[in-house]
Design a protein around this ligand. Sequence first.
Ligand SMILES: [Zn+2]
Ligand SMILES: [Zn+2]
Length: 157
Amino acid sequence: MASYFDEHDCEPLADGEQPNHMLHMARLLLDSGLAAEWNIEYEEAFGGERKVPPASKKFVEELPRIIISPTEAALEKKCPVCLGLLDEEDEAIVLPKCSHKFHSSCILPWLQRVNNCPMCRTEFPTDDPDYENYKKHKARAKQREFEIDTLHDAMFG
Ligand SMILES: [Zn+2]
Ligand SMILES: [Zn+2]
């Protein structure tokens, strides 16, 4: 199992410690680092020549724009991109899935370059068929790995 640990860059279990595959899978799926890991793998798969594509145009166009209300402005939340206040009357966008909030003028140019949230790397759809296929392929590979682990546990656990 050495290669398994190498591949996943995690510590081998200590004596008597049992692997928790459900937890491992949950971590793989939920860990916001997963998207970043995919992105690095994706770039490497194409010899570093391809960059992660921007978020889908339709996705970006359909993001709901909101206007910061006086009540919200009073909370003095900052936009993580420019570190400026999300001030009354500012136009802002709350990203789906992760709910991070930015000025529209800060997050829109970002999403025109990459397909993920600058705060947590949550991934959004792209218009790039190669990238979408690559993601599907990776998701299947992770699923298979999980099934093999589960089977292994059922047989030997
Ligand atoms: Zn901003
Ligand atoms: Zn986020």
